[in-house]
Design a binder for this molecule. Structure first.
Ligand code: BGC
Length: 370
């Protein structure tokens, strides 16, 4: 099987190079362009491999990629890695996109550390590889990275947790908190956590914040598969072991799905709801924020990220330089710094929800605006 894949890839690579009239792909590492893939058919197949639907943003991304790539004249091949499956399913999907002659493959990695062989085959076949939202690790064969700035997301969550604690408990000088991170196979999970700890660690060190369980390592705080049930059961365990007769003031949650699960756990334990962070601006969390339960979320407008990806595909199709690169130093995948287009995440609390979602009718409605 493996041999067949390699053979197919090499054949396609020769075909692609012949068509493009060039001899080899050179990776300058400067992020200024990718001439070898320049100029392909206006109705070319564009592969989009997304992870399982662990949050609303992934569901929306799939719909938008299908609609926007079709509207631009391309032939989209949008696939999700089923939740029940291991990374093998996504590996197979990418391989079949390569075999089907996709000219660009946009990947929201299920496990960013396990796709090198597939993206290298894609690259060898002349396709441009774009890591979407989640970085792909340990390979030269990632041309571009398109994402909201994940480290910044974490910093904003950390700062918001501190701000929320001060606002909710003006008389306290130290606060009891717990920390949650996302799925260890998603590179973003560690980046969000490191961003948050960049703000929180000094406050843990000076005693302003007390992690009562003592669980401050990313591995201890992980939520396998980004699954709500896993966060809820870890919170149940933490409460039972550490918060009998002790207040829980705040929880760092990496996203909205997990924030709601954590709030559910605290509610079931009959305790007051602490300051809980989130991310994604999911409709139920926006409602919860406006109702005064979840404290904050992050707005990462999926429409902007997909639009940026589709613009990049159009430029590649036209044989132009990719213009949307604004960072060439932050996202090192282990073997190269991947040229990135980073969008700015926005903090949303009850105070600014209506303003923040002014351009998004569904979220504005969830925030009680019109
Ligand atoms: C995304 C988050 C999302 C999480 C779970 C991350 O990679 O950046 O927006 O909440 O995956 O789906």
């Amino acid at each position: 099987m493996k041999k067949l894949v390699i053979a197919t890839a090499s054949f396609a690579a020769i075909a692609a190079m012949t068509l493009a009239g060039c001899s080899a792909r050179t990776d300058t590492g400067t992020g200024t362009g990718d001439e070898a893939a320049a100029g392909f058919a206006a109705d070319a197949t564009i592969g989009v491999a997304l992870p399982d639907k662990t949050s609303e943003n992934w569901v929306l991304a799939g719909q938008l990629f299908t609609d926007d790539l079709t509207a631009a004249g391309f032939t989209p091949d949008v696939q999700y890695a089923p939740a029940s499956n291991t990374v093998a399913e996504q590996q197979n999907q990418i391989t079949s996109m390569v075999t089907n002659g996709a000219k660009v493959i946009i990947i929201g990695a299920k496990d960013g550390a396990q796709l090198s062989a597939q993206v290298e085959a894609a690259h060898d076949a002349g396709a441009t590889v774009i890591a979407y939202d989640r970085l792909i690790l340990n390979t030269e064969a990632v041309d571009y990275y398109l994402a909201f700035d994940n480290f910044k997301v974490g910093q904003l969550q950390g700062q918001a947790l501190l701000d929320g604690l001060k606002a909710k408990f003006p008389d306290k000088t130290s606060y009891n908190i717990e920390l949650f991170s996302g799925s260890p196979d998603d590179n973003n999970a560690g980046v969000f956590f490191n961003g948050a700890m960049d703000v929180l660690q000094p406050k843990i060190d000076d005693g302003t914040l007390v992690v009562v369980s003592g669980q401050t390592e990313v591995a201890q705080t992980a939520t396998q598969g980004w699954l709500a049930a896993n966060a809820q059961s870890r919170m149940d365990t933490l409460l039972a072991a550490n918060y009998q007769g002790t207040d829980l003031d705040g929880v760092l949650s990496p996203n909205d799905t997990l924030a709601r699960a954590i709030i559910e756990s605290v509610r079931s334990a009959g305790k007051p709801i602490p300051v809980v962070t989130g991310q994604d601006s999911e409709v139920e969390s926006v409602k919860s924020i406006v109702a005064g339960e979840q404290y904050m979320t992050i707005y990462k407008d999926t429409r902007s990220l997909v639009a940026a990806a589709v613009d990049m595909v159009k430029e590649l199709q036209a044989g132009k330089e990719v213009s949307e690169i604004n960072d060439t130093k932050s996202y090192d995948n282990g073997v190269k710094v991947v040229p990135s287009y980073l969008l700015a995440p926005v903090v949303v609390t009850k105070d600014n929800a209506k303003d923040a979602y002014a351009n998004n009718p569904d979220l504005l409605a969830a925030a009680g605006g019109s």
